[in-house]
Structure formats: structure tokens, C-alpha cells
Design a binder for this molecule. Structure first.
Ligand code: ADP
Ligand code: MG
Length: 696
């Protein structure tokens, strides 16, 4: 329920003075449907005006001139601007309009009259000229021209100045609710109260006030981030209070651990401990396991499944593709079976008889572990006692698919614990916004025995050398991926480039070259991938479809053409396909096209890859490098549409907001304390719970 104090802000924008039938749709489009949305529209600029004269006026500044109108020169033909010549004691001031109405301008600037005129100063043949003056008033109305004027986002038919009036109207009905932020924190940050921050937002006195680091904007950003983190924390709590089976480690998981051909890395052991704490809590687990390709997520998944299955329940592992599901099954099933846990594979490609038998085994509880693809959550699939669902490469699945697997829960035993796994390290801030409702475990350490991948950055012009070295390597039994340019123009041209490259290589290397691309039928593509995985194909040319997570330890060379066109994270992912075995591996990043030029940022980005193989470090760096004002790109990468917060500039605020949200709900889950009640107003103000989705 919305607190009454916010009613004026949740009124329709049409209730604001100055919004009529013509402007209503414009305001709605620019700001949103509610008075609050206009209130939250932040100025994007500020005009500072100075009284000046024709002699002293500085080009580029906005000046106010006290002039006498001399004469108007109406345009003789279309395309010629209308001019008014005016002057002060020091010289001429030419006023210019493109497409202005002569009658209107004549009324504003009658010949021989004195007027105050404001506008951006240009100089033409030494004389001042102003294109489209922004103020023209008689002398006695001089105070109407603001010396500092905020500039709002505007749209055709709705000028900045109109928006400003609306914003001031919204400000006039804005309440001053009880403070919802922690007093000590506010004092430490020297932030104003909420209402004062909005007053300041709409009354910038200079450029500094527009900065995201200004106290008012920081405060508003923090409010927004806290509201968002509270919404996520609530979801987390909602899941946590869903009862789910208590699962403890047991003989089966101990047997599996003993059967693994390696001992766990510190990071794997840590993640296991976190997962086990959740599984034993009696509350439903919702955890994300983040770890670079090759960090060993599968072993963690297998141990968790053995915990659940060994405790008398069932567990399911869902992979995004047939080939991945099979790979998991082939590796895990023998060990799981040996630990006394019957395991089945379920994919879309099972024969009808196989499928029937496997479904029966799942429904009866005879099969304890199911590994498979989307086939796992089809309606016909019934579990006897499903307690744990693991989703590999979770970003390849939609929220619905996750939910459908979890919906296989049996009410007799409670909710299904969820573990999602991702091989795309993301910065903490992104993690907090995209997965804030999940707990996160990170595998920050690679299993031992990996040889680092030697990474080289070369111009495309040296492709001949690269091919020659590839030939030599292949002759000694090496396998290589060759990733083709991602040319934004069209999928068809991507394909053509890949086909051509495969032909070239076939000719130069005189060996068989596989080709995998996004437009192949899935089965055909997986067949090529399988041939490569099994060593029947020495070289695989691919567009970016190289299956995430496929493990081909014998592949030691990765060539990426036009590396400068990929995101860092994507390059890192691609590179992660090699360096998986004991043999030393190489990654060659070819940049540039015909001209071979590479910009500064592009070079810095590729350098990052050369310097480090730590996915988390690369993700942070990528995030930073993209930071130079690419809010759109960020949004595409999963950021919710914040009004005040800038995930890069306000990174530390986001971390603080996340901590604060956890602390607040931990201490005062019903938000009953005085601060809690004030926080309810904050939550209602931003509406994260009802008004936006896309948080998963
Ligand atoms: P990913 O995190 O990409 O899913 P995998 O689970 O496929 O990684 O593991 C990659 C490789 O590392 C596999 O061959 C696996 O057997 C091996 N591996 C996993 N954990 C360890 C470990 N603790 N010590 C040695 N090798 C390990
Ligand atoms: Mg994996």
C-alpha cells in the first residue's frame, strides 16, 4: 500500500499546471506518466549568463546585451535566415533566426526600442551574432532572465524551459518525509536530506552541481540503489523462508570426493562449504556459482548432487546443449554410479523407448540423478523426490525455464534448492544488480597444473605467418580453434567470411577443416563440434558459436580474427577454450582490417588480455573501459534503468547500498522501527517491486 504522503507524487502528470492536451503525450514520453517522474527528471546542463556588450562579449559564452533595435531584414527567399540588426554603445549585435516568423519577431523587437537580449555569442567578421536568442525582454523585465538556468532534456514541442516549469511544479507538491537514511551515514557523506537534494537537483548553480559526484546527486543515487537492493533482498528472504529439505554431506558424497582424480582447490572447497551451509539450513537455497571457464564448477555441482542424492533425494543438472549434457554425463555418471547413485541422461535425442525407461526411473525414484538438457523440465518428466536443481551456463536459460525445473518440487518434501552456474565472471556491481536476489560463490582460483595461455596481439596483416605456424603445430598433433570476425553488418556476411576462411585454410594447410556457425541446424553443428572434440578434426573454424563449456583438452591454439570487435569478456571466454590440458597453449588476437589501425582504448583492452587471465580482473577492467559514458551499452548488458544511479561512477555506493539493505532487513524484517517505516516510503517511491521487471 502506498503511503499517503506520496500521493501528490503519484498523481498523473496531467495534474501539473502547464500540461495540456498537446503537451501531455510529450511529457509522458519524456518523463513518464507520474508527477514523480517529472520530479526525477534531472537537468543535463546549466546556462550561466553574464551581462556584457558587443565589444567585450566572449565567443561561446551566453551573454545578455542591452541593445537598441536598428532594423529587420526579412528573408527574401526560403533558406535564408531572418536577421535583426541591433547595437549597443560598443558595436553591433546581429540576431538571427532560421524559419522565424517576421511578424512575431517584429513585435518582440520593434524598431528603435531598447531590449535585453540573451543568447550564445558567436562572432562573424568580428561582430557579435546570436542565433535564436533565448530571451528578449523589455528593460524593466530584466530580472526575468535567469543568470543561472538549468537545461532539461527536451523534445520536439517541449522545450527545456517548459520542462523546467513542470519540474518546479512537481517540486512544489513534493513532501518532506521522515529521513530514511541512517543519520550517521548521511552526516559522514555530508549529504542533504531528500527534499533538499531535490531542491538542489533542480537549482544547479554551475557545472559541478551536474556531476554524479555532487552531494545532491549522490544522495539521490544512493536512495535509488538502496530501494533496489531492498527489493532484491526481500526476494532473497522470500525464498529463504520457503522450507526445503535438510541435506547433509554423507557417505555417497564422501565416496565421490574420494573418487575424483584430484583434490579440490581452495576455492572449490570454499564454495562447497557455502553450498552445504545452504543445503543444511532447511531453507531453500538460491545460489550462483561464478567461475571462469575451467575453474572446476562441474566437480562442485557433482558433489552437491551427491549430497542430495545420497541423502535420499533426487538432483538434476541441466545444461544448455546436448553436447554439454552428454559431456557431463560421460564424465560424472561412472563416478556417481560407483558412489551408489544411479544416474540417467535425458535429452531431446533419446529414442522413445529410452525416454520411457528413463522417465519411469525418475518417477519411481530409482534414478537419483538426472543430467540433461531442456528435456528435463518437460511436463512428462516427474521426479519422485527432487531436492536440488543445478543449472549450468545459467545465462543460456530464461527465468521461466529455471522456474519450471524448480516447479518439479514435491510438496511433501518442500522447495527445490537452486544452484545456478555461470562461466562469465561479472563485476561485483553487475552481480548485485543482476543477481542480487541470489547468494554468490566465486571460484577465483584455477585448478593446478594449467599452463598459462601465451597471448599475442598481432595485426591482421600477419595472418600468413599465423597460418604457417598453425600448420607446423597441427602437424605435431595440435588442435586449433579459428574464430572468424564478427562483422556487425549481417549474419550472412559473418557466415561468408567464415566459409571463406575455412576454404583458405583448407588450401594452405592442406588438411581437413571443420566449420561451425550460427546458421547451421543445431544437430549438424553439434556433430562438427563433436568431431572436433573427439580429435577427428584438427582445426575448427567458427563464428562465435563455440559452445560455452565444451572441454577439449587437446585444443591448444585459439586464433581470433578482428579481436578488436569483441567484448573483453567474450574474448576471455573464447580464450578459455584452450589451456585446459597440460600442454602449453597460445591465443592469437588478430586486430584490424585492411588499414590495420587500432585505437587507444582498443589497444588497452587487448593489452588487458595479454596481461592477465583472471576473469574477474578482466571483467572489472572491461567495465571500467566501457565506463566512458555508455549507459546504453550497460543497460543492454543487464542493468536496470536507473534514474540517478550510474553503476560505474556510483560503484562504491552500490556496494554500500547492498550491505545496508541486508543489514536493515536482517535487523528489522518487517520494517517496523522508525527508520523501517521511513524506508517503506522510500520503497514505495521507487516502486522496484511492482513497476519494473527484468531483475533476473
Ligand atoms: P568449468 O568451471 O568451466 O565448468 P570444469 O568443471 O569443466 O570447468 O573443469 C575443467 C577441468 O578441470 C576438468 O577437466 C576438470 O576435471 C578439471 N578440474 C576440476 N577441478 C579440479 C581440481 N581441483 N584439480 C585439478 N583439476 C580439476
Ligand atoms: Mg562447465
Amino acid at each position: 500500500m502506498r503511503p499517503q504522503i506520496l500521493f501528490p507524487l503519484f498523481a498523473e502528470v496531467s495534474s501539473l499546471k502547464g500540461v495540456g492536451p498537446r503537451t501531455l503525450p510529450l511529457v509522458q514520453k519524456l518523463a513518464g506518466p507520474l508527477v514523480r517522474d517529472v520530479l526525477f527528471l534531472a537537468p543535463v546542463g546549466v546556462i550561466t549568463r553574464r551581462r556584457t556588450n558587443a565589444a567585450d562579449a566572449i565567443e561561446g559564452e551566453v551573454g545578455v546585451f542591452d541593445v537598441v533595435v536598428d532594423r529587420m531584414i526579412a528573408p527574401g527567399r526560403p533558406g535564408v535566415p531572418l536577421k535583426v540588426r541591433a547595437s549597443d554603445e560598443t558595436g553591433f549585435v546581429h540576431l538571427i533566426w532560421f524559419g522565424g516568423s517576421p511578424q512575431h519577431i517584429d513585435r518582440q523587437l520593434p524598431r528603435g526600442e531598447r531590449r535585453l537580449v540573451s543568447g550564445k555569442v558567436e562572432r562573424f567578421n568580428g561582430e557579435v551574432q546570436i542565433v535564436h536568442p533565448d530571451w528578449i525582454v523589455p528593460l524593466d523585465k530584466g530580472e526575468e532572465i535567469p543568470s543561472v538556468e538549468p537545461v532539461y532534456p527536451a523534445t520536439q514541442g517541449l522545450a527545456s524551459r517548459n520542462v523546467r516549469k513542470l519540474a518546479l511544479g512537481a517540486l512544489a507538491v513534493t513532501p518532506d518525509p521522515d529521513e530514511w537514511q541512517d543519520a550517521a551515514w548521511l552526516a559522514r557523506r555530508r549529504w542533504p536530506g531528500w527534499k533538499a537534494a531535490l531542491d538542489a537537483l533542480h537549482a544547479p548553480t554551475g557545472e559541478a552541481d551536474l556531476s554524479p559526484d555532487s552531494p545532491a546527486r549522490e544522495r539521490l543515487a544512493f536512495d535509488e540503489l538502496l530501494a533496489h537492493q531492498l527489493a532484491l533482498a526481500r526476494r532473497r528472504r522470500a525464498r529463504q523462508i520457503t522450507p526445503a529439505p535438510v541435506i547433509r554431506e554423507n557417505a555417497a558424497s564422501a565416496a565421490l570426493l574420494a573418487a575424483l582424480p584430484f583434490s579440490l582447490t581452495g576455492a572449490q572447497a570454499q564454495a562447497m562449504a557455502e553450498i552445504r551451509r545452504d543445503l543444511a539450513s532447511g531453507e531453500q537455497m538460491g545460489r550462483l556459482l561464478q567461475g571462469d571457464v575451467g575453474s572446476g564448477k562441474t566437480a562442485v555441482a557433482a558433489l552437491a548432487m551427491a549430497d542430495a542424492a545420497g541423502a535420499g533425494f533426487q538432483a538434476a543438472l541441466m545444461a544448455p546443449t546436448e553436447i554439454l549434457a552428454r559431456q557431463h554425463f560421460q564424465r560424472l555418471a561412472p563416478m556417481l554410479e560407483a558412489a551408489g547413485l544411479p544416474t540417467i541422461l535425458l535429452t531431446g535425442r533419446d529414442t522413445a523407448a529410452e525416454r520411457r525407461a528413463r522417465l519411469a526411473a525418475l518417477a519411481s525414484g530409482e534414478a537419483r540423478i538426472a543430467i540433461g538438457t531442456h528435456a528435463l523440465f518437460q511436463d512428462a518428466v516427474r521426479f519422485d523426490r527432487l531436492a536440488l536443481a543445478i543449472i549450468d551456463e545459467q545465462h543460456r536459460f530464461g527465468v521461466n525455464e529455471r522456474a519450471r525445473l524448480q516447479a518439479k518440487a514435491d510438496p511433501r518434501i518442500g522447495g527445490v534448492h537452486l544452484l545456478t552456474m555461470s562461466a562469465t565472471p561479472i563485476p561485483r556491481t553487475l552481480e548485485l544488480t543482476q543477481y542480487g536476489e541470489l547468494e554468490v560463490s566465486r571460484l577465483t582460483e584455477k585448478p593446478p597444473g594449467r599452463t598459462p595461455v601465451a597471448t599475442a596481439v598481432l595485426p591482421l596483416a600477419r595472418i600468413g605467418e599465423v597460418a604457417a605456424r598453425l600448420k607446423a603445430a597441427v602437424e605435431t598433433g595440435a588442435q586449433a580453434y579459428w574464430i572468424c570476425p564478427l562483422v556487425a553488418e549481417s549474419e550472412a556476411s559473418d557466415l561468408a567470411a567464415a566459409e571463406e576462411r575455412a576454404r583458405d585454410l583448407r588450401r594452405i594447410l592442406n588438411i581437413e577443416i571443420g566449420l561451425a556457425h550460427g546458421q547451421m541446424p543445431g544437430a549438424e553443428r553439434e556433430a562438427v563440434m563433436a568431431d572436433f572434440a573427439d580429435g577427428r578434426l584438427p582445426v575448427l573454424v567458427a563464428t562465435t558459436v563455440v559452445e560455452v563449456g565444451v572441454d577439449v583438452p587437446n585444443a591448444t591454439i585459439m586464433v581470433i580474427e578482428h579481436a578488436d570487435r569483441f567484448g573483453l569478456a567474450q574474448l576471455h571466454q573464447l580464450r578459455g577454450r584452450v589451456g585446459r590440458g597440460a600442454k602449453s597453449s597460445a591465443c592469437i588476437l588478430l586486430y584490424g582490417g585492411q588499414d590495420g589501425a587500432l585505437g587507444e582504448t582498443a589497444r588497452e583492452r587487448l593489452e588487458t588480455l595479454r596481461r592477465t587471465e583472471d576473469g574477474f580482473e578482466i571483467a572489472e577492467e572491461d567495465f571500467r573501459l566501457r565506463g566512458g559514458g555508455d549507459p546504453l551499452g550497460l543497460r543492454q548488458s543487464g542493468f536496470p534503468a536507473y534514474r540517478f544511479a550510474d553503476p560505474i561512477r556510483h560503484r562504491s555506493l552500490m556496494l554500500a547500498a547492498s550491505d545496508d539493505a541486508r543489514m536493515v532487513l536482517g535487523r528489522d524484517p518487517d520494517l517496523a522501527s522508525p527508520r523501517g517505516q521511513a524506508i517503506q516510503v522510500l520503497e514505495a517511491l521507487f516502486d522496484w517491486r511492482t513497476d519494473r521487471s527484468g531483475l533476473d
